[in-house]
Write a protein that binds this ligand. Sequence first.
Ligand code: BGP
Length: 474
Amino acid sequence: MANFPPDFLWGAATASYQVEGAYQQDGKGPSIWDIYSHLPGTTYQGTNGDIAADHYNRYEEDVRLMAELGLRSYRFSIAWARIFPNGMGEVNPEGIAFYSRLIDELLKYQIIPFATLYHWDLPQALQDIGGWENRAVADAFATYAKICFEQFGDRVTYWLTFNEVINFIMLGYRDGLHPPGVKDERRVVEVTHIVNIAHAKAIAEYRQLTREGKILAGKIGMAHVLLPGFPISDQPEDIQAYENYEVMDHHWFYDPVLRGDYPQTMWNYYQSKWGAPTVLEGDLALLKQAKSDFIGVNYYQSTFLAHNPLNGVGLTTINTTGEKGSQKESGIPGLFKRVINPNIDYTDWDWAIYPEGLHEGIKRIQERYGTIPIVITENGIGAKDAIAANGEILDYPRIEYLKQHILACKRAIADSIPVFGYFAWSYIDLLSWLNGYQKQYGFVYIDREKDLERRKKQSYFWYQRVIQTNGAKL
Ligand code: BGP
């Protein structure tokens, strides 16, 4: 099987709200997550990111541990509300200074910074004017992106505009589980288009600055969730359900980013149902011009689809407790439903462990969009890690999970798919949005009883060797 290229980006990822804490420090404005997570009943046992891993204050120690781990790249996100406390207007110099220090610290150890501009923590001030339903927010995003490029683009050469548009829109506007807690499918469609416009505008700013030689010429793209579907049986109605799912949950979101247009069937469906999305003159040209240098994919699981009659199941709540088997079937009547596949393993949060899905999913991307460089921007398993009597963290299930998924990347590379990096989620234990701190993902454990002391898990030493051998020893 092909080896990993010598400059393969072995990395790990985090996101600002989930790791930084310091939610009111040094002039930061409130984000929608600061407000939402404080509302009763929104998250698992009322957990929030007020303190998180306190990475904001402990980043030097964290980067030192990254260096010891051997990370070649670190993916982090910038909190918009640190840079612009009100989302627009006055820049907060202390916010700029923090990310500047973090980037310098990474570079000190030759760790390549991989920056995400938006990992869901919209400034609350922008939500107050309509959030992603207001086109002014797309313009504010372009301005924020430009400031980040100008301030950090002399040192950062890998950029992601958005993290998982699919998830923050579906969870925020269809399921009502993330802020702003809306359940309205028409608004899902409108918001998607405005976010795509924001992405395209940010790319245009980036191209302009690099053309003018004002910043280093790097690479820019978006990170999408990849949750490939598979029909649960070879019955024609299950295959149809799978096709419905793929176009609605994947093509609708990937096409505008990688092809600059919307899939015709979904377009017709949404237009006839709600006359959405509202497209203004110039929008589609803007999407066409916004060429990505690569696509980031966040892969955790696959999903299995079955026929769902018109009077079938609708959307249900999700398993946020970690009680295996508590996830109910959920779907869109008349189109598809997501069902459990009895032949494969699931995590305690009922996520299907299916490494083949990663290989197959990125193959599908190449088939539909042609050869485009791919980076796995997230991959990991949420688990309640076992702790031995001597305090050692025995996260063997994580090692096994990561190993199988890295092998899937290796197979994809052997198929000539240009996968240029792999970022495990997550570098360190952090807040899982709705699931609290008991759903752990990191290589580094945080002892929440002991002043957030950092401890290396078994997986830390395992990943260290994977990187040292460039993936030869898994
Ligand atoms: C992705 C997000 C991450 C992370 C991960 C795990 O969708 O980009 O921020 O949280 O999923 O999800 P969860 O924390 O819900 O288990």
